[in-house]
Design a protein around this ligand. Structure first.
Ligand code: C5P
Length: 406
């Protein structure tokens, strides 16, 4: 997409480094981007808004409520958030970080952050003691776990007369980070490829009204499907029962049982270049589900279970030139178990998570993972959103693909 079609929303909070942002706005504008600026009330005390409105060619916004005189009445904080392809908070004070991490939306900037669906990057700048404060660090960890990008400040001379960590990074480095993120949004690196993804739990019937299932929400698989589609792939998503909507551009095939999932995956495998098995398949099913509702006449009852097929092993066994990726949810011996599954199921990559850790695994929005590849390499991913992990998994797959071509 041409820069002129991209809008960068710069949020300036009240740190003394606010004056440096004038140079950033000027550079981004010269590159052809649409730049809009929101200043907090304190930022306005430090630098005149006129500086930024002149450089960006747009009025600078501060007020949550101002008299609407046009005939097109719009809810400004929502429309600003909708227009943005990227939001950059620079400098990000301890205050705006604290508000964003805790859902406080008491002025225009904090409200637009909450309303934004585009990526949001924070460039903190503050006194070293504030930077090192455990509350600030906790807030940053929380923002990162929610998928926001927070870039550590530099070390150096600070406006308060001391020296240490907390100095705003150079405008060169901030500009480079912004451009890198915007370029990533446009990359169609999976164009021409078909990606087959499985997601969600399976449901194994006990009788006409009951079933066995697990806690999988499907969020990880859906995030992968959405990310692959954005990178230009044809995406087929074989999904167990979940309450998520189909990501844009993705073809969903809905299944219930492991046997139905196996049949759908086997059928779709031929067209696929990349197969990612993120579903939590039930290992066992009821041997003979009752045709009528089971009555509670007896004090005890037992179910006779039989093993379900390992779908991924079968796909791995006939993978040919495809890249096949599995998941391993473990409660112990993460590395040993993951590596053994990588080998046994003939995978190119396995994404292992220790589901005993808070923030990892089923039914949460975040994950903590280690990606093991068949070339022996591994990559540890600290607590992050499932959307961000999906991007990392696709980066690793693309990396694997390139190595294979060499
Ligand atoms: O062996 P384990 O169940 O831990 O392996 C997990 C991986 O295998 C996941 O990618 C999961 O989707 C897949 N799997 C499967 N069929 C099963 C069980 C798991 O494809 N019956």
């Amino acid at each position: 997409m041409a820069p002129s079609h991209k809008t960068i929303l710069i949020g300036i909070s009240g740190g003394i480094a606010a004056y440096k942002v004038a140079e950033l706005v000027s550079r981004l504008k010269k590159k052809g981007y649409q730049v809009e600026v929101i200043m907090t009330e304190s930022a306005r005390q430090l630098v005149a808004p006129l500086t930024f409105s002149t450089l960006s060619g747009r009025p600078v916004r501060t007020e949550m409520f101002h008299e609407i005189v046009t005939e097109h009445v719009e809810v400004e904080h929502i429309s600003m958030a909708d227009r943005a392809d990227l939001m950059v908070i620079v400098p990000a004070t301890a205050n705006i970080i604290g508000k964003a991490a805790n859902g406080i939306a008491d002025d225009l900037l904090s409200t637009v952050i909450m309303a934004a669906s585009c990526p949001v990057m924070y460039f903190p700048a503050m006194n070293t003691r504030m930077w090192e404060h455990p509350v600030l660090q906790e807030n940053i960890t929380k923002l990162r776990s929610l998928g926001y990008e927070v870039i550590d400040p530099d070390s150096g001379f600070l406006a308060c007369g001391t020296s240490g960590k907390g100095r705003l990074g150079s405008i060169d480095s901030i500009e480079a980070k912004i451009l890198e993120t915007l370029e990533k949004q446009d990359r169609q690196t999976l164009a021409g490829k078909t990606v087959l993804v499985s997601a969600g739990p399976t449901r194994e019937p006990v009788d006409p009204v009951r079933y066995l299932t697990n806690r999988s929400s499907g969020k990880m698989g859906y995030a992968i499907a959405a990310a692959a589609s954005k990178r230009g792939a044809e995406v087929v998503l074989v999904s167990g029962p979940v309450s998520l909507s189909v990501p844009t551009g993705v073809k969903r095939i809905s299944v219930e049982t492991a046997l139905e999932m196996q049949a759908a995956m086997a059928e779709q495998m031929d067209q696929a270049d990349i197969v990612i098995m993120a579903a939590a398949v039930a290992d066992y099913r009821v041997a003979k589900p009752a045709t009528e509702k089971i009555k509670k006449d007896d004090e005890e009852m037992s179910l006779n279970l039989v093993k379900n097929p390992d779908i991924l092993s079968a796909l791995g066994a006939r993978k040919g030139q495809r890249i096949v990726v599995g998941f391993a949810a473990e409660t112990n011996d993460l590395k040993a178990n993951a590596l053994s599954k990588l080998k046994k199921k003939n995978l190119n990559m396995i994404v292992a998570n220790d589901v005993t850790q808070a923030g990892a695994g089923f039914d949460v929005d975040t994950n903590i993972a280690v990606i093991y590849r068949d070339n022996g390499s591994s990559r540890e991913i600290p607590l992050t959103s499932k959307e961000a992990l999906a991007e990392i998994i696709l980066d690793e797959i693309e990396c694997n693909d390139k190595e294979d071509e060499r």
